[in-house]
Design a protein around this ligand. Structure first.
Ligand code: TRP
Length: 494
């Protein structure tokens, strides 16, 4: 079914690094550590890992299989399995999400370029106290020339890589950037852990604290798992479409999710020990990375070197994710509209740049609730993370589980992985577990829009019932799995 001339990954390592590069992004470095810190430490990590295994793996396998089978982009994959049906719209939703996510992701990524350059110039050394650092961030993000300029620069970097194609662009750069990222991460961890007083940060990060654990935590962990693994918008369909028949989907998928989770976890060890060693408070969101950390670099021994290194780490993480988002959009126009790669990247990259301008101005001139009561930045962020990605995930799970169907899907995943005995379990999770559970994320995302006490009370009650239902569902999965292994006397193998 492969169309002649479609590019393929040059090597297995290249593919894994590119896909892990897509997954490892800003979400891993500031969102995951922060969520873990404020949601009960190790408890959150355990729930998160469960989400990756029960929801992340099934969807990751589904996207990769669909991509490899059809050798098509997000829309084309649906069209070639189910022509003349509205299912292609599920793929269109993904392409739309690609445009939207990259438009605001690039703004934050732009800040990392700005901070990288300014830390190289030694700007953070010149501050005297935390207020100056905080004011600096406010002035920096509100400055329209810097915000839009660095956003433009990041888009240009993504375009330069994607324009070269899959092998010479995405794969080649991932093979350079990802090892660099791991290296910087390890250096940062060593630096943070050798600071006096760093242990309280380790404690904050990893010791379970059940008093900070609530049902919200569970839903937060689910949403974070999708976002972090780049699922729900056809990113892995697109990357999977450059795989050859021989590739082993389950083992590749486990590598990708494993690397992603490892980086998220390690980022916590680079950040919190340092935060606590200097007696600061862990803060969420951009504040942690752009206000708290510069404060540390200001006084930390070796800060002159570690400040630019850390922002380079963030930039690399953002860049390998940014190129994957641009590739989703690019592959669509190249496959479906027959445009050349060069033309597509130039046009779509420019459109995304313009779409991102309101987000870039959201911390300055447009810091007003002008789109459905939100700043443009928050609106796009919420729209994609709370609605488009969960919806996309449900549609992909239903499509692969029911429309493409059990037989074809399991034949596909076993192709290249003949020893994969878990295909029935995979399909079971995909058909019965994922759609039901992800629908809950959608519902709670929607309910969180309303701040009235009545709605919040209702949300709390609903959460309780849903969790009970989920646990019951988990019980069914467990019984089913036990039955499957006992009856067939199968051995666990991939
Ligand atoms: N996974 C990336 C992060 O953790 C962001 C990202 C890149 C993404 N591509 C995606 C999220 C596709 C959802 C879908 O920052």
């Amino acid at each position: 079914m492969a169309r002649g001339g479609r590019e393929h990954w040059g090597s297995r390592v290249g593919f894994i690094l590119a896909a892990a590069g897509s997954a490892v992004g800003l979400g891993n470095i500031w969102r995951f550590p922060y969520y873990t810190g404020v949601n009960g430490g190790a408890v959150f990590v355990m729930v998160y890992i469960l989400c990756v295994i029960l929801l992340g793996f099934p969807l990751m396998f589904a996207e990769l299989s669909l991509g490899r089978r059809t050798q098509k982009n997000a829309v084309g994959a649906f069209l070639s399995v189910k022509p003349h049906s509205p299912w292609f719209l599920a793929g269109s939703l993904g392409v739309l999400a690609g445009f939207l996510i990259l438009s605001y992701y690039s703004v934050v990524a732009g800040w990392t370029i700005g901070y990288f350059i300014e830390s190289l110039l030694g700007v953070f050394r010149s501050f005297h106290n935390a207020t100056e650092v905080a004011n600096y961030f406010k002035a920096f993000s509100a400055n329209p020339v810097k915000a839009v300029g660095y956003h433009a620069l990041f888009m240009v970097l993504c375009m330069l890589i994607v324009i070269r194609g899959v092998k010479a662009g995405i794969e080649r750069w991932s093979k350079i950037l990802m090892p660099t990222l791991f290296g910087i991460l390890v250096l940062s961890i060593i630096r943070a852990l050798t600071l006096p007083g760093s242990f309280s940060g380790v404690k904050f990060f990893i010791f379970p604290d059940f008093s900070h654990f609530s049902l919200d935590t569970v839903f937060l962990a689910m949403g974070q798992a999708f976002y972090s693994l780049s699922l729900g918008m056809g990113c892995m369909i697109t990357y999977g479409s450059y795989l050859s028949r021989k590739s082993n989907i389950p083992s590749n998928g486990i590598w990708i999710a494993g690397l992603d989770t490892m980086v998220a976890f390690l980022a916590g060890f680079a950040i919190f020990p340092a935060v606590f060693a200097f007696g600061l408070k862990p803060e969420g969101g951009p504040g942690l990375v752009f206000q708290t950390l510069p404060n540390i670099f200001r006084v930390m021994p070796g800060g002159v070197v570690f400040a630019p290194l850390f922002f380079l780490l963030l930039l690399i993480a953002a860049l390998t994710s940014g190129i994957s988002l641009l590739e989703v959009v690019t592959a669509y126009f190249v496959d479906e509209k027959g445009w050349s790669r060069k033309k597509t990247v130039l046009i779509t990259g420019t459109i995304i740049f313009f779409m991102g301008i309101p987000s870039a101005l959201s911390y300055g001139k447009l810091a007003k609730p002008i789109v459905f009561g939100k700043t443009p930045f928050d609106f796009v962020d919420k729209l994609t993370a709370n609605y488009l990605l969960p919806l996309g995930s449900i549609l992909i799970a239903v499509f692969v589980g029911y429309i493409w169907g059990r037989d074809k899907a399991s034949r596909e995943i076993m192709d290249g992985a003949p020893g994969f005995k878990l295909a029935p379990l995979w399909l079971f999770l995909l058909r019965y577990f994922c759609p039901v559970v992800v629908a809950q994320i959608l519902i709670f995302g929607f309910l969180s829009e309303f701040t009235s006490p009545a709605v919040q009370a209702f949300t709390k009650i609903l959460q309780r019932y849903f969790i009970i239902a989920d646990i019951a569902l988990l019980g069914v999965v467990a019984v089913w799995t036990a039955h499957f292994f006992l009856r067939k006397g199968r051995k666990f193998s991939l």
